[in-house]
Write a protein that binds this ligand. Structure first.
Ligand SMILES: *Cc1c(COP(=O)(O)O)cnc(C)c1O
Length: 332
């Protein structure tokens, strides 16, 4: 289905699908599995690596030598992009949005942003709410004026090209479930810039699967998040030549676990991060996967998954950001 699209190998695939016995027993609901996209292998891993396989594939095909992308200061996408650019011998220009207000010194310098500097990316900072379409074009113009060829990757690599990475993930997960005769009752994951959810729903639908997919929002309100995902899912379906396979009713984003806003810790995230660390030895992050996990745990306790024998939580990575939150997480 995806073989016609340019792609470069960056991720360790397939990522493992692991059963979490201690968490499943502790919660007393369906069997909980985790799809380990935190183990994609590029610079501490995460979900953006799958998307970058297609984005960077297109960049190479176009003869680009400089990657331009954008994200929050602690963006996992930006960190994986900076690493991919190094691996492919390209330069990397990063635009940072100061999306979190009153950010701590650790937030501004540790975790992902520290790694971006290790990769030697060129970093520029902008105020929250900046028009990044325009600013990315300005940087592209500057890059061209130096005789180089830019390739622009939107925030989270969430366009139809990047979403192909999650069309592919859906196919991979269905194969794993099939091999293990696992009847997946629900797939749950963190949704932000929408490429992960859009790609997954297109992949599931294209494979004829009816497994319900639940995105847990980390940023905007439900209507806005669902609209983002639906729009990108339609674009992605068209891009792979399967327009019409996605219905708006396939897209569900529960945005009840955002708390005070993007990147602002919540008590339930804090509890979920410690619970998974201490029960299963797994690391989740404060901004995305930790909040999604908090949502999944709360929904499970409220009976939301009662009709499922097993559920799969897609671990989208992000643990590098834990270091940036070291002074904001309560450890007991
Ligand atoms: C980017 C990201 C997400 C959200 O994925 P989108 O495709 O942007 O919706 C979830 N978890 C982590 C750790 C991320 O970095």
């Amino acid at each position: 289905m995806l073989s016609e699209f340019p792609r470069v190998s960056l991720a360790h695939l397939p990522t493992p699908l692991e059963y979490l016995p201690r968490l499943s027993e502790y919660l007393g609901g369906p069997a909980i599995y985790v799809k380990r996209d935190d183990c994609t292998g590029l610079a501490t891993g995460g979900n953006k690596t799958r998307k970058l396989e297609f984005a960077m594939g297109e960049a190479l095909q176009q003869g680009a030598d400089t990657i331009i992308s954008v994200g929050a200061v602690q963006s996992n996408h930006v960190r994986q992009t900076a690493a991919a650019a190094c691996k492919l011998g390209m330069r990397c220009e990063l635009l940072f949005e100061r999306r979190v207000t009153n950010a701590s010194d650790l937030y501004m310098n540790s975790g992902n942003v520290f790694l971006d500097r290790v990769f030697g990316a060129n970093i520029r900072e902008y105020d929250k709410g900046t028009d990044f379409d325009t600013e990315m074009q300005n940087v592209a113009e500057e890059v061209r004026s130096r005789g180089r060829k830019p390739y622009l990757i939107p925030g989270g690599a969430s366009n139809a090209v990047g979403a192909l990475g999650y069309v592919n993930c859906a196919v991979e997960l269905l194969q794993q479930a099939d091999e293990r005769e696992l009847d997946i009752g629900h797939i749950v994951h963190a949704t932000g810039s929408a490429g992960t959810q859009a790609g997954l729903i297109v992949g599931l639908k294209a494979m004829g699967s009816g497994i319900p997919l639940l995105g847990i929002g980390v940023n905007v309100k439900r209507a806005e998040q669902e609209a983002r995902v639906i729009k990108l899912a339609h674009e992605t379906a068209r891009y792979i030549g399967r327009p019409g396979i996605v219905n708006s009713t396939d897209v569900i984003a529960n945005c009840d676990y955002v708390g005070d806003g993007y990147g602002v810790p919540t008590r339930s995230m804090n509890e979920a991060v410690l619970l998974l660390a201490r029960l299963e030895g797994l690391l989740f992050d404060p901004v995305y996967s930790g909040k999604a996990l908090a949502g999944m745990i709360d929904l499970l306790r409220n009976g939301f998954f009662d009709d499922a024998d097993s559920i799969v939580f897609l671990h989208t990575g992000g643990a590098a950001a834990l270091f940036a939150y070291a002074d904001q997480l309560a450890l007991d």
